[in-house]
Design a protein around this ligand. Structure first.
Ligand code: BMA
Length: 328
C-alpha cells in the first residue's frame, strides 16, 4: 500500500472501478464533463487545470475562441464536475513587457505556500512558460516567463525541494515539435531558474512505442511516501499523425530528476468517440489531478481531442502496482 501525502479531500469527484475493467484508469461515466461551447464564444474547452478551492473547486481553463485564438479563463465548481467558466479571459497585472498577450494555453494550477500559481504555454516570440499567481481566482498577477523560448508544459512541484521551487518542463520548437523530453529546473525566487537536469525522454524501438515521439509532464506531481507520482503524456507518430496517451512515473522525493519507476504500458489513451474525434483527433492530454490522502483516490482532468474536457479516476495503488507489474 502506498500513502498519499497531503490533505484529505474526500469531496473530490469519484466513481468506483467498473467490474471487469482491466485498465488502471477508468473514465467518468458521463464524460465529457465540459462541452466545447461552455462559454458563448468558445470553439473548444480542453487541457484545463483544477484545484480544491474554499468549499468547492476552482480552475483555469483553456478556451479556444471561435476566432481559434487560445486563452485561459477562470472557472468555479461546487462538485468538481459541473463548471461555470468566466466568459472573459484571465487578466494579469504585472510588467507590460511580460503580460502583453500573444497566446496562452494548456494551464496548470499549483497551490504552493499561500497562493495558487498558474503556469501555461505563453506566447513570447514563440512558446515559453508563463507564470503567475492568484489568491482568489479573480485578481491575477504575472511574473517573469520562467524560461527562454521554446518550451511547453511547465509544471511546478507543490512544495519547495531543498529550499528551492522546482519545475518540470519540455523544451520544444515553434511548431508541432517532433521531439521532446522532460527536464527539471529549480529556482530560489521563481524568477531565476537553473540546475536544469534531464528527467526522462522518449523510448525508441517498439518496447513502449506509444511514447516514442515526445513526452511531457501533465498534472502537478502528486506526493507519496515513495516519491513524486507523475502523470505525463506520451506521443507516437502514426500515418494518421500524432496520438497522445497518458503514462505515469515515480520520481525521487529529494532528487526529482531521478526516475524510480515508469510505466511501459500507457494508463489511458484515446478510445472513446469524444477522444478519437474532434478538432485534433486521438488526443488525451492530462493537465490536473485531485488526490485524496485519506482514500488514495485520484481524479484526473484531461483534454479530449483538443475539443472537450474529460474526467477519469484511479488510485495511488492502481498506478504504483501497474508500474511495478509492467515496468519500462
Ligand atoms: C500540443 C499542444 C496541446 C495539444 C496537442 C495536440 O502541441 O498544442 O495543447 O493538445 O498539441 O494537438
Amino acid at each position: 500500500m502506498s500513502r498519499l501525502i497531503g490533505a484529505p479531500l474526500q469531496d473530490i469527484p469519484w466513481q468506483p472501478k467498473p467490474a471487469g475493467c482491466q485498465s488502471p484508469v477508468w473514465r467518468y461515466s458521463a464524460n465529457p464533463i465540459i462541452p466545447r461551447d461552455a462559454i458563448p464564444t468558445s470553439n473548444s474547452v480542453f487541457n484545463s487545470a483544477v484545484v480544491p478551492y474554499r468549499a468547492g473547486f476552482a480552475g483555469v481553463f483553456r478556451c479556444d475562441s471561435r476566432a481559434v485564438s487560445m486563452d485561459i479563463h477562470a472557472g468555479f465548481s461546487a462538485d468538481g464536475i459541473h463548471w461555470k467558466i468566466n466568459p472573459g479571459p484571465v487578466r494579469f497585472d504585472g510588467d507590460p513587457e511580460v503580460n502583453r498577450r500573444e497566446y496562452r494555453y494548456d494551464p496548470r494550477v499549483c497551490f504552493l505556500g499561500d497562493r495558487y500559481y498558474i503556469t501555461w504555454c505563453n506566447g513570447y516570440h514563440g512558446p515559453t512558460i508563463g507564470l503567475g499567481y492568484t489568491f482568489d481566482f479573480k485578481e491575477f498577477h504575472q511574473l517573469e516567463n520562467a524560461f527562454l523560448p521554446y518550451n511547453r508544459n511547465g509544471v511546478l512541484f507543490p512544495r519547495k525541494i531543498h529550499g528551492h521551487y522546482a519545475m518540470l518542463s519540455r523544451p520544444s520548437d515553434t511548431g508541432h515539435t517532433p521531439f521532446g523530453d522532460i527536464f527539471c529546473s529549480v529556482s530560489p525566487d521563481l524568477t531565476f531558474w537553473g540546475k536544469h537536469r534531464y528527467v526522462m525522454g522518449t523510448v525508441s524501438g517498439d518496447r513502449s512505442a506509444w511514447q516514442s515521439k515526445k513526452i511531457g509532464p501533465g498534472p502537478v506531481p502528486i506526493e507519496t511516501d515513495e516519491g513524486w507520482l507523475l502523470i505525463y503524456h506520451g506521443v507516437i507518430n502514426t500515418c494518421n499523425g500524432f496520438v497522445y496517451r497518458m503514462g505515469c512515473a515515480l520520481l525521487d522525493a529529494d532528487e526529482p530528476w531521478k526516475v524510480k519507476l515508469r510505466s511501459r504500458f500507457y494508463i489511458l489513451g484515446p478510445q472513446e468517440p469524444y477522444e478519437r474525434v474532434g478538432d485534433v483527433p486521438n488526443v488525451t492530454f492530462p493537465c490536473a489531478a485531485l488526490a485524496d490522502s485519506a482514500t488514495g483516490r485520484i481524479a484526473i482532468y484531461y483534454g479530449c481531442a483538443d475539443t472537450v474536457t474529460g474526467l477519469a479516476f484511479t488510485t495511488v495503488d492502481e498506478l504504483m502496482d501497474y508500474m511495478k507489474k509492467y515496468p519500462l
